[in-house]
Design a protein around this ligand. Sequence first.
Ligand code: DGP
Length: 113
Amino acid sequence: MSETIFSKIINKEIPSDVVYEDDLSFAFRDINPQAPVHILIIPKKPIPQLTDAAISDQELLGHLMLVANKVAEMEGVVDAFRLVLNNGAGAGQEVMHMHFHLLAGRSFTWPPG
Ligand code: DGP
């Protein structure tokens, strides 16, 4: 599995503004925030994109959603946040280490564009 910048962030080879960390996951502030709160939630396991996840990753994927709830609570945005996952370059994924964007602190439109 090829290493991405997110592996280096998890390993603290590259500094980041860490919001939350546990054995399975890592959450840190996006370097290019698209909202007042913009946090990336990633598995420590380097799954390139969601469609690479296997049945054996089921618990991990559920865990990431619960981490999103926890991070939203910590940031005081539990009432309104958006969770975005870009799967594949065509959907806007630039870093091939799957990640959720947790966005909050402004109003959002639908469809997301
Ligand atoms: P995506 O386009 O869905 O692959 O989102 C990748 C996000 O990662 C993008 O919003 C910018 C963010 N990002 C890229 N490099 C770094 C970095 O070195 N540090 C931090 N904190 N965020 C990064």
